[in-house]
Design a protein. Structure first.
Length: 280
């Protein structure tokens, strides 16, 4: 009887037992109406990326996310094509050193290259888009072709406010680190502009963990790649220059380290072995 118990119990030690794993719910809060920035994949047009940061204090699985933006130029939900989400680490990780020095700074920017990505075209991301308002206005914007040092931005813009709910299949599996979240939306007409959120984060947003700094939003296009510019400090400019967050949320769970899985399995093995001895 003891021998028959060994094989199934050993198999249990191989499973990722999620002991002490905490849920992850992060949000930058609601739109503040101050800024909207273009972000789209390189499908038929040049790529534009806009990025805002988040922190994971433990290895984590990110299952889903939301983000909000406006559709301009008369675009409707039926004009939405592919949706991408990229995850970048903070420069100089995943980057060429030394940098090009073509921008004011790369300190606290996203890295040159994405750490991981999902897209609906490849079947690794599914999404639902919901209209929140038929008319949402912002005070300033960075639209295609508008990533120019100290340009002041492209001015006010109004569009259809849309929330995207995205699910990652497979989920992102990310080590503890400081990251940037980059959503991109392809449209057959018009542009998608990602809405800004308050900086510093206010309720119902989620404060950053103690010891970590909430970085401002960055952007780049194909002409600037691999460099990035700060949307507020570099593109808008001024004294003092504004800084922005962007509207997004993340949902997932911490993932125990492999050592934790083994300890959990060993403990379960010992418990079942003791029960087997007691019953023999």
């Amino acid at each position: 009887m003891r021998l028959r118990l060994i094989a199934p119990v050993l198999c249990l030690t191989m499973l990722p037992v999620p002991l002490l794993a905490g849920l992850i719910t992060f949000s930058t809060g609601n739109p503040d109406g101050k800024m909207a920035t273009a972000s789209r994949p390189d499908i038929g047009v040049f790529e534009i990326e806009s990025a805002d940061d988040f922190v994971l204090t433990a290895p984590s699985r990110i299952d889903s996310a939301t983000f909000q933006g406006i559709l301009t130029g008369g675009a409707k939900l039926s004009d939405i094509g592919q949706v991408d989400v990229e995850i970048y680490r903070v420069f100089p990780k995943d980057s060429t050193i030394p940098p090009s020095n073509n921008v004011p700074t790369r300190v606290n920017s996203p890295s040159d290259n994405a750490f991981d990505a999902r897209d609906s075209g490849g079947g690794t991301l599914s999404f639902a888009a919901n209209v929140l308002s038929q008319s949402f206005s912002v005070l300033n914007s960075v639209q295609p072709g508008g990533i120019v040092l100290h340009s002041g931005g492209d001015g006010p813009v109004t569009g259809v406010q849309v929330e995207f709910d995205v699910t990652f299949t497979p989920p992102f599996l990310l080590p503890a680190d400081h990251y940037f979240f980059v959503p991109q939306v392809q449209l057959s007409t018009g542009d998608f502009l990602w809405l800004s959120a308050p900086k510093p984060i206010v309720p119902p947003g989620t404060p950053f963990p103690p010891g970590f700094t909430d970085l401002q939003s960055w952007t780049r296009d194909a002409n600037l790649d691999p460099d990035w510019m700060r949307i507020g400090t570099d593109v808008v400019g001024g004294t003092p220059a504004p800084t922005f967050n962007a509207v997004f949320s993340l949902n997932g769970a911490e993932v125990p380290e492999p050592a934790t899985w083994l300890l959990a399995g060993a403990g379960l093995l010992g418990f079942l072995a003791r029960r087997a001895v007691a019953r023999s």
